[in-house]
Design a protein. Structure first.
Length: 321
């Protein structure tokens, strides 16, 4: 596969992953009567079940290759990129709204290139400043609009929600860098890694849910009489959908993209998760974006396209040397 086709396929995998991941912001908004921890553990326990079904036919090939270092990295990535990250996102969505949360988490395309600027394949920081400035300007403008038109609530709760979203952004930035770096020297391909990852995150979530039940049974209750049975059915259906599509398939597609694209450009493509989340938000609210929302989105897209052109130019220059 040549460099151009590798870049195109990597871009396709990354966009598909972002489209699937953007849907996760909808679930806490659609299930306001459930706690963020219930939604988090429900999603990832089901992710573990899906991964187990994929793992069993491959167990004899995967287990002998699994080493202690792999398990440590899987636990770390499962916590930063799944359990802790989504618990923070679910809390923020329920406290400050889906749009504001997705836009704060949308700062990841700026933080990942900054954190990974010393890695192999990265452009010099000065070459990234201009396109990153467009992305940052777009995110700030959309965020400003969302903050001025966002849901009313107590100031303390709102500020805590913003803090949760910022912490989620930091978790996702760390995950994006660490996962890409480990995949670069891993013995597993994207499908195998996503499957092992699902097993670990499912086990961690089941253990944490059991611990929560011991500490606070009412907070972890499955089938609480205060919530109608129809809502519990929707809870499990939505979590099963995101377990299969957003978690297993989305992680596999992101791993495939991470193996094909420079780490700093992969990080900038995470902006599409925000754009897809906003699109789902508008569909859920059955309205079109206003001009104040649409114009900053165009700035973000322009910044990503500009970045892509710079990476392509850098690749051609390196190939000609």
């Amino acid at each position: 596969m040549n460099s151009r086709s590798t870049l195109i396929s990597g871009l396709g995998f990354a966009l598909a992953a972002c489209a699937l991941w953007g849907a996760i912001f909808l679930v806490p908004a659609m299930l306001p009567e459930f706690s963020p921890l219930q939604i988090t553990f429900g999603r990832f326990v089901l992710y573990g079940v899906v991964a187990l079904c994929v793992f069993l036919p491959r167990a004899t090939r995967l287990l002998p290759r699994l080493q202690a270092a792999d398990i440590r990295h899987l636990v770390w990535l499962a916590l930063t990129g799944n359990v802790v990250y989504f618990a923070l996102v679910a809390t923020a969505v329920q406290w400050i709204g889906m749009a504001v949360t997705s836009l704060i988490v949308g700062l990841v395309p700026v933080t990942v290139p900054l954190l990974g600027r010393n890695t192999h394949g990265a452009l010099p920081l000065r070459r990234m400043l201009a396109p990153m400035a467009l992305i940052l300007a777009g995110i700030v403008l959309v965020n400003a609009h969302a903050l001025t038109t966002g849901p009313a609530g107590s100031q303390g709760r709102y500020l805590l929600g913003v803090l949760m979203a910022l912490l989620a952004m930091l978790c996702w930035s760390r995950y994006a860098l660490d996962n890409t770096r480990y995949l670069a020297q891993s013995r597993f391909n994207g499908t195998e890694w996503s499957t092992l990852w699902g097993l670990v995150v499912g086990l961690i979530s089941a253990l944490l849910w059991a611990l929560l039940w011991l500490v606070s049974p009412e907070a972890s209750a499955v089938g609480s009489p205060d919530i109608p049975a129809q809502r519990w059915q929707l809870f499990w259906l939505l979590n099963l959908a995101v377990a299969i599509l957003s978690s297993w398939l989305g992680n596999w597609m992101w791993n495939a993209a991470s193996q094909r694209l420079p780490i700093t450009f992969v990080g900038q493509l995470l902006v599409f998760e925000t754009l897809f989340a906003l699109a789902y938000h508008f569909l859920y609210e059955q309205r079109l974006p206003q001009l104040a929302e649409l114009a900053p989105m165009l700035l973000i897209l322009a910044g990503v396209v500009w970045s892509l052109r710079r990476f392509q130019a850098a690749g051609r220059a390196a190939a000609s040397v």
